[in-house]
Design a binder for this molecule. Structure first.
Ligand SMILES: [Zn+2]
Length: 217
């Protein structure tokens, strides 16, 4: 097994295990090119259009594929122009697909953590929910931990160290997202902030990846 695991990337590169994020209109091609082994598929709140049902149908069509490890990214974003009611409706459709196929959810959340917690408590889902690109403060982190979320960190880690230090080792993931950063650097910075050996961090993220995404015991 590779030493670095990048659970949310928009581009493929060698040297790490990459979970490649695809939009619904990209997923068929991505699966047939098969350069990454693992994918997620979801309709980002920024890209919800009148034709969102077509995108959801595409997600349903591919969700059972074993290379698709999770549903998303999907979620809530108060800074985008899509109305919140529609965002919530589309988000809940993703949640239903994740539940049906028993796959984790990769969540994009901007300034909507209260709504996110409300929805999770309301629906009581059985699959893990991972907040990607997490940037919340201590108070938000504590509330999300209480609600049982997983967290994935990427850019600007040093600004987030207080939150990072609150995360139990079995709830932690790392990623590059669409940023021009290296997963190796994200690992090095995380290990430094947590005051643990790189190898220890690699082992714990690997364990989490196997447990949450590959469903090993
Ligand atoms: Zn992303």
């Amino acid at each position: 097994m590779n030493k670095y695991i990048n659970i949310h990337s928009h581009t493929y590169c060698d040297g790490a295990i990459i979970v490649l994020n695809c939009y619904p209109n990209e997923i068929q091609n991505a699966l047939s090119e098969n350069n990454a082994r693992y994918y997620t598929v979801g309709l980002h709140p920024w890209y919800i259009s009148d034709e969102y049902e077509i995108a959801l149908a595409e997600i349903r069509l591919t969700a059972s594929n074993p290379s698709i490890l999770a549903i998303g990214e999907t979620g809530l974003d108060k800074l985008c122009s899509t109305p919140m009611l529609l965002q919530e409706k589309v988000f809940k459709e993703h949640i239903a697909i994740a539940e049906e196929y028993q796959k984790p959810l990769i969540i994009h959340c901007v300034k909507a953590y209260n709504e996110l917690i409300r929805i999770k408590n309301e629906l009581n889902p059985t699959t893990p929910w991972v907040i990607h690109g997490f940037r919340g403060n201590i108070q938000i982190t504590k509330a999300l931990l209480k609600a049982g979320f997983y967290f994935s960190y990427g850019q600007n880690l040093s600004y987030l160290s207080e939150s990072l230090l609150l995360i139990p080792s079995d709830k932690l993931f790392l990623e590059t997202d669409d940023k021009a950063i290296l997963i190796e650097d994200v690992y090095a910075e995380t290990a430094r902030l947590l005051s643990i050996e790189l190898k220890q961090l690699q082992n714990l993220v690997l364990q989490n990846f196997e447990h949450v995404f590959l469903k090993k015991a």
